[in-house]
Design a protein around this ligand. Sequence first.
Ligand code: KIV
Ligand code: ZN
Length: 513
Amino acid sequence: MSVNANRIIRIFDTTLRDGEQSPGCSMNPKEKLEVARRIEKLGVDVIEAGFPASSPGDLESVKNIAGVIRNCSVAGLCRSLETDIDAAREALGKAARPRLHIFLATSPIHMEYKLKMTSGQVLEQAAASVRYAKKFCSDIEFSAEDASRSDPDFLCRVFGEAIAAGATTVNIPDTVGYAVPGEFGALVRYVKEHTPGAEKAVFSVHTHDDLGLAVANSLAAVAAGADQIECTVNGIGERAGNASLEEIVMALRVRGDFLKADTRVDATQLYGLSRLVTQVTGVKVQPNKAIVGDNAFAHEAGIHQHGVLMNRTTYEIMTPESVGISKNQMVLGKHSGRHAFEERLKELGFTVDTQTLETVFAQFKDLADKKKVVSDRDIEALVMDTAAKAPETWHLEHWAVNTGSALGASGTVRLQHKDGSIQKEVSMGDGPIDSIFKAINHITGREPELDLYEIGAITGGSSSQGETIVKISKDGRHWNGRGVSTDVIESSIKAYLSAINAMEWDLEAGASK
Ligand code: KIV
Ligand code: ZN
């Protein structure tokens, strides 16, 4: 890892909070833990693990993460309420470096219409909540929600009160993605210069991408003196998303000469982490996405290809290897041994326990019998299927479909419940998938909305594995499932059943509280 000898900007990763709370990005507790481990390995300064007061499930999963992450701070979000702070401190009880992150809105629009509070009340509540939190935790971050639409002098007063009450970081969010870079940089500079006690606090920014300016705004803030950037892997987040972590890190790494700043992040972990987040959320990045998109390093135009062949720097400002895109061209197939397989897992960023390794290696061998070449994407899918799947309330024993242009479709499925009982069901439907999903609903007694059913090939070619992503919801709660198989009907069944299992796990956890 090469880090420029520049000012170090702290990276506060909020993939598991602002990212995860956005539509279609929900993750199960195992997936969150796996993502947290990989973000820690990346070398960020803070992981925001969730919003503990928002649900018992969120509290539990912040607890899990806080109990495992040791090399960076773990933050829990709270409104500026004692009950929220209590939930967050409970969740962070086992954290090596806990941070309580309190937020309260400071813009006239939010104070009048959302909070129904006067500016005086907001000032008082901000100070009181920080003072309360400080009794339990030395590391307190205070965020002025909708800061970019707030009166700058009022912002300075709120931050001044928060710092006097014990806040160690103050955060300037562009909550609605309204700011433009020159203006946002000027705001950061002004607030840093005019906040009483500013020298005692770290100044952070948190930007959203509604105008496509989240990264530009964060970089303008760095140029104006910001010390910390809040961002998410793949830029997932509310509405148009948050500032993308990989773009921030690489902009600072590649243009440290101009920005005079860098981060501690090991950029070679970026691609693997981006792939992991894509896998667990089922939300793909667009092919032309900077740093991690499929085409980010592809040179199509002849003139570009010629230039790159002469000297890569003609058209490449960074190498694919610098962000962790493997240069390993070794093909894995049915003759590959355990050692080569394990090495490839490590290169892809996975650290798996012995049992997972055994299972995934056996699946790899099966797959290699069906396909000549097993790609990195195939391997990622196998690992994620084993390592981060919700426990199986229902296990697929077997299935069959009968379909054709003249007849309707019928689907048969046989499932084993975790108590050992076996159930079989045959259903008619509008096509094979519909019939099988209906049969599964009938057996499990769950009838969720099917919000997304997406099927694709992991790699090209007719022997490619089919990957199915399913997103289901019920009463405003969302679950994802993923299934992989060389048979697309089977991958669909696996995906649907894994979403049902995630639902069962979540509802069971809620019921046992
Ligand atoms: O966008 C926002 O303002 C937030 C805060 C809670 C930091 O996510
Ligand atoms: Zn946000």
